[in-house]
Design a protein around this ligand. Structure first.
Ligand code: NAD
Length: 304
C-alpha cells in the first residue's frame, strides 16, 4: 500500500473541492496535512475559518493528523510556518487555491486581472519558495501546480485566468530543472472536476461523473517519494489521466542558403508547411529544442 507516513503536506485551498479531496486522501494514507484555506468566495472576496476547520475536523474524525491555516496563499511564508510549527518540516506542497473573475477581455478591470494573478501565480510562487529551502536541505520535495485547460487551450471569458494558469506551467518547467538534483520534483495537474467553480459551467450529467475524489489519487501519486515524474503536465478527470505535451511541427526552412535573407514573400510561400503539424517532434528540454533546430541548418544550402 502506498503510504505517506512521516511526510508533511501543505495543501492550499483545501477547504473545498479538489484541495479537500487531496487533503483527505493524504491524511488517510498517513501524511500530516496543513489544510490551508482563506475561506472566501469564488471571486476572492471575504474570508472565513470555516472551510479549513471543517476539513481538519473531517480528517481528525477519521483518525488522521491535520492543522488548519487560514492565510491567503500570497502570504506563503505564513502557511509554511504553520507546517513547521505544527509538524517540524514540510515535504509536499500542492498549490491548489484558486478563484475566478470571468469577463470578456475588454471588460477585465485591473483588479480582476491582479487578483486572479495574485492568487494563482504569486500565491504559488510564495508558498513554493517558502518551502524550497527546506526541500533543498532535506534533499526531498514534491510540488504540484494546478493549471487548467482554459490556459492550455484558452476559454471564452477567461483571459485573466488562462494567462495565470499558463504562467504556472512555465514556473513548474523551470523548478523541475532547478530542483532535480535535490530530489525536488515539480509537476502540473490539469483537473476537470465538479466543484463550486464549475457547477454553473459544466453540463449536469457530465458534472455527476467528475468527482474530485477521482483525481486525488493521481495528484497524491505525484507527491509520493516513489514517483519519478518531474516537469510533466498531467491531465485528469472522471477516473482518467494522461500526460499532455508541447510539440513542434516539422516546419519549413524559409531560405535556400545560410547566406540568404528571409523575405515576407518567402514566409507566405512556405506558410502551409510552417503551420503543418501532421508530423511532430516532441521536445523534452531546451537542449533538445536547440539540437532539433540546428538539424534544419543542414537543409539550407551552405555550411556553418
Ligand atoms: P473550489 O472553489 O472548490 O476550491 C478552491 C479553494 O481555494 C476554495 O476553498 C477557496 O476558499 C480557496 N482559496 C481561494 N483563494 C485563496 C487564497 N488566496 N488563499 C487560500 N485559499 C484560497 O475550486 P476547485 O474547483 O476545487 O479548484 C481548485 C483548483 O483547481 C483551482 O486552482 C482551480 O483554478 C483549478 N481548476 C479546477 C478545475 C475544475 O474543473 N474544478 C479545472 C481546472 C482548474
Amino acid at each position: 500500500m502506498i503510504r505517506f507516513d512521516d511526510k508533511v503536506a501543505v495543501v492550499t485551498g483545501a477547504g473545498a473541492g479538489l484541495g479537500r479531496a487531496y487533503a483527505l486522501l493524504l491524511a488517510e494514507r498517513g501524511a500530516k496535512v496543513v489544510v490551508n484555506d482563506l475561506g472566501g468566495s469564488t471571486r476572492g472576496d471575504g474570508s472565513s475559518t470555516n472551510a479549513a476547520d471543517t476539513v481538519v475536523e473531517e480528517i481528525k474524525k477519521k483518525g488522521g493528523i491535520a492543522a488548519a491555516d487560514y492565510n491567503s496563499v500570497v502570504d506563503g511564508d505564513k502557511i509554511i510556518k504553520t507546517a513547521l510549527e505544527n509538524f517540524g518540516k514540510v515535504d509536499i506542497v500542492i498549490n491548489n487555491a484558486g478563484i475566478l473573475r470571468d469577463k470578456t477581455f475588454s471588460r477585465i478591470s485591473d483588479s480582476d486581472w491582479d487578483l486572479v494573478h495574485n492568487v494563482h501565480v504569486r500565491g504559488a510562487f510564495k508558498v513554493t519558495q517558502a518551502a524550497w529551502e527546506n526541500f533543498r536541505k532535506q534533499k526531498y520535495g514534491r510540488v504540484v501546480f494546478t493549471a487548467s485547460n482554459a490556459g492550455l487551450l484558452g476559454n471564452f471569458g477567461q483571459a485573466n485566468y488562462s494567462a495565470a494558469k499558463m504562467a504556472l506551467v512555465g514556473l513548474c518547467n523551470t523548478l523541475a530543472i532547478e530542483g532535480a538534483k535535490y530530489n525536488i520534483h515539480s509537476n502540473v495537474i490539469v483537473p476537470t472536476a465538479a466543484s463550486r467553480l464549475t457547477e454553473n459551467i459544466l453540463p449536469p450529467d457530465f458534472f455527476e461523473q467528475l468527482k474530485p475524489e477521482l483525481i486525488a489519487p493521481v495528484v497524491t501519486w505525484l507527491c509520493h517519494e516513489d514517483c519519478e515524474e518531474n516537469g510533466s503536465i498531467i491531465e485528469s478527470a472522471a477516473g482518467w489521466a494522461s500526460k499532455q505535451i508541447i510539440v513542434r511541427g516539422k516546419g519549413s526552412v524559409l531560405r535556400r542558403s545560410l547566406a540568404d535573407p528571409v523575405s515576407i514573400e518567402d514566409v507566405r510561400e512556405k506558410w502551409d508547411k510552417v503551420v503543418n503539424v501532421e508530423k511532430i517532434d516532441y521536445l523534452g528540454s531546451i537542449q533538445e529544442e536547440t539540437a532539433n533546430l540546428t538539424k534544419y541548418f543542414s537543409e539550407m544550402d551552405g555550411s556553418l
